[in-house]
Design a protein around this ligand. Structure first.
Ligand code: BMA
Length: 325
């Protein structure tokens, strides 16, 4: 008997992409950014780990977003440590945002430098050629995505700097995508026994809804034997995105299937992208499973918001409750 709400339903064909599908030799494929192309086909920009342990990005395209993937025959965006030394140990976990003002896709990704992982940005029109901006958030920082439009005249980047006091979600602003400031704490990891204690990060880019930016974020529960990556929900003000309106208490998606529980890193579900169906409500969530494959689950934006209404609290209420713990 299931007594909790099921917000995302796994596709029966899961995992939809694995190393065996790749046209060249790799170790694993996971954590893919996603977008719909102008012809309504789906593009996944996949994190591919080679057999040295370094990652690059490779595009896979499909008409229905489920199967028939056309995978680039070589890395689409290889690390380029000659020109970009911060990419020495590879590039990981891309998040794609289509930016109407630029008529380009912004890809925020982790560049793994000698100084730790940082956030890099590239713009592309076609996922064939890229304009690289280099590191825009210095290490240790990851889990970043650009918002699709300016907020009060400034570009906005959500990201996750790491500190000895915890890993929380921040938002920063820029007039030109190169110089960043106005840093604000957006969502804090909880503490103690919570599923999202100490370390959280944004998963895919936030979903713009009439009620606010809807964020799917991951919470990392450290256990004596390993870590569990689960997903929660929070909603932020449209014009002041650092303001959290409501945050869910419990997680809403967690590793359960065998391909999520077992792999190179056990117990990980890690979405970096989604597409929205023609109905404007269906969300197709693409997630890395156990750092080994790519899986797909379907949900409804309306149901996610209704779940938050029923299961969430405002940040003021959460602050009060935190102080009591
Ligand atoms: C996080 C990220 C992800 C990875 C996850 C689980 O820190 O680096 O790339 O999927 O760990 O290993």
């Amino acid at each position: 008997m299931v007594q909790h709400d099921i917000l995302f339903t796994r596709h029966p064909a899961n995992p939809i992409l694995t190393a065996k599908d790749w046209p060249y030799s790799i170790n694993s494929v996971f954590n893919a950014g996603a977008t719909l192309l102008p012809d309504k086909s789906t593009l996944l920009l996949c994190r591919v780990e080679d057999r040295r342990g370094h990652s690059h990005l490779c595009a896979a395209r499909s008409v229905n977003g489920v199967d028939g993937w056309q995978i680039d025959g070589k890395p689409t965006l290889p690390a380029d440590p000659e020109k970009y030394p911060e990419e020495l140990w590879g590039i990981e976990d891309p998040r794609i945002t289509f930016v109407p003002e630029l008529q380009k896709y912004a890809v925020a990704y982790t560049s793994y430098s000698r100084g730790g992982p940082g956030v890099s940005l590239a713009l592309t029109k076609d996922f064939h050629t890229y304009e690289r901006f280099g590191v825009i958030m210095s290490p240790d920082d990851k889990d970043a995505a650009l918002l699709p439009r300016r907020i009060n005249g400034f570009w906005a980047l959500i990201h996750r700097p790491m500190t000895p006091l915890g890993a929380h979600i921040w938002i920063s602003y820029s007039p030109d995508l190169r110089h960043w400031g106005g840093h604000k704490l957006m969502l804090e990891a909880r503490r103690g026994a919570w599923w999202d204690a100490n370390k959280i990060g944004m998963s895919p880019p936030p979903i713009e809804t009439p009620r606010g930016w809807l964020m799917i974020y991951h919470g990392v529960r450290r256990t004596p034997s390993s870590s569990i990556y689960r997903l929660g929900l929070a909603l932020f003000d449209l014009e002041q995105p650092e303001k959290c309106l409501v945050r869910g208490d419990s997680w809403m998606f967690a590793p359960e299937a065998d391909y999520e529980r077992h792999g190179d890193v056990q117990d990980v579900v890690f979405p970096c992208g989604y597409t929205v169906g023609a109905d404007g409500d269906t969300i197709n969530l693409y997630y890395g499973a156990a750092d080994s494959s790519i899986a797909l689950a379907h949900g409804s934006i309306r149901c996610l918001l209704a779940w938050l209404d029923a299961n969430g609290h405002s940040e003021q209420a959460n602050d009060r409750r935190q102080r009591q713990t």
